[in-house]
Design a protein around this ligand. Sequence first.
Ligand code: FES
Length: 74
Amino acid sequence: MNHHGPIRMELEEKNYAFCTCGRSQALPFCDGAHKGSEQRPLIHSCERAGAVVVCGCRKSGNFPFCDGTHAKDV
Ligand code: FES
């Protein structure tokens, strides 16, 4: 599987669909590639615009945000 580290980005005040399946070509966002699987995107409603650190490995306990879990992967 792909392994991605944290992604620093700016979010606006709107809803985002974060990919949970890893198939999206637009990671970290869902592009619909999960269709046909059981997985669904995580919808995050951003209420305050600003810089965030988004999870790129999809294993964060605080998904869609990075909690450092990627650094514990072996
Ligand atoms: S493409 Fe991965 S959840 Fe939609």
